[in-house]
Write a protein of this length. Structure first.
Length: 332
């Protein structure tokens, strides 16, 4: 792709499908997103699109755009029903992926305008589908089942549970980022995949590196995995493909967890559910929101508060109960 071919946003997106990182947004949904995106942004030069343009577009999705229903006979009917919140989020995710491509891979733009565009918030009447959250008991069961699995997958899944890190961040972990003495890992890489490029490395989603302390049991497993690699040839990446020594695909944890869940009868098991559970359990048991935000790699605490308000309310309730019990205690 060359700058001369990508003068307008519409033209860039026409070639983008071959390069788009694999996300949870399936192609038909992306196509619908692009139709609306082109309506507002398609004829603007990509380097001229600003944060204000994108915010205006998101606002239009929330206030003006309605659902078009397509029937089996091919007839399309524009309804008065507003776009669902999750539908609006998909547009935001597509734009994030497109501008990330233009900024990180092609150097078409000097600044990524999406970096400063806040994630759309639910409208007053939006019905939000809650992400599945595993209980402490269910997480313990997952950990018990993991003991029967290959060492590399034991480490990967336990790290996801312990850190709440994203799958690409775990896939991109290098041995140089593992501190065995202080029992920490440094999240500074994120692996993504696109059909045209293959596996490639970017920075973590929040654009900031972060250091996370790790359960000593997991560090012991990581040491065993490192020793196993040394017998062959120590690789740069912690988690590698058996035949080539290349890093695992960032989608591999999702596929593995799906098979793992079927094997042990665990429903709704995927990387983001583990991330969501790690945050929810931490907040519910009194963890500081700022600390949880830093651990997850959120750029600010408002993101964490928006997503885990229900858990935070439980933590506040627990704090209130602790306070009341302290008041009831008689001074000795």
């Amino acid at each position: 792709m060359h700058r001369t071919l990508m003068a307008k946003f519409r033209q860039f997106c026409a070639c983008f499908e071959d390069f788009i990182p694999k996300t949870s947004i399936k192609f038909p949904n992306r196509l619908n997103c692009f139709t609306r995106i082109f309506k507002y942004l398609g004829d603007i030069k990509i380097e001229n699109i600003t944060k204000a343009d994108i915010v205006d577009f998101i606002t239009s999705l929330q206030t003006k755009e309605t659902i078009t229903r397509k029937f089996r006979n091919g007839k399309e009917v524009v309804t008065k029903q507003p776009l669902a919140f999750n539908n609006i989020l998909k547009h935001y995710q597509v734009l994030s992926a497109v501008f990330s491509e233009a900024y990180q891979i092609d150097d078409l733009i000097a600044v990524n305008p999406m970096d400063k565009v806040p994630r759309p918030a639910p409208r007053k009447n939006d019905a939000i589908k809650e992400m599945h959250t595993f209980t402490v008991k269910e997480i313990r069961h997952i950990l018990e089942c993991l003991e029967n699995e290959p060492l590399q997958w034991q480490v990967i899944i336990r790290l996801m549970i312990d850190t709440g890190a994203r799958r690409g961040e775990i896939a991109g972990l290098r041995w140089k980022s593992v501190d065995f003495n202080n029992k920490t890992i440094k999240i500074e890489n994120n692996l993504q995949y696109s059909p045209k490029i293959g596996v490639y490395e970017t920075t973590p989603k929040g654009k900031k590196n972060r250091t996370i302390d790790i359960d000593p049991e997991i560090m012991a497993l990581m040491q065993s995995l490192r020793d196993t690699q040394k017998v062959k040839t120590l690789k740069d990446y912690c988690f590698t493909q058996p035949d080539t020594g290349s890093p695992i695909f960032p989608q591999s944890p999702t596929k593995y967890l799906k098979t793992f869940g079927k094997k042990y009868g665990i429903k709704n098991l995927h990387p983001h559910a583990l991330r969501h559970s790690a945050a929810t359990i931490a907040v519910t048991h009194g963890a500081n929101i700022a600390g949880v935000a830093a651990k997850l790699g959120h750029s600010d605490t408002s993101t964490t508060l928006d997503r885990y308000t229900h858990a935070d309310q439980n933590a506040i309730k627990m704090g209130n109960e602790t306070y009341r019990k302290a008041l009831r205690k008689k001074a000795k």
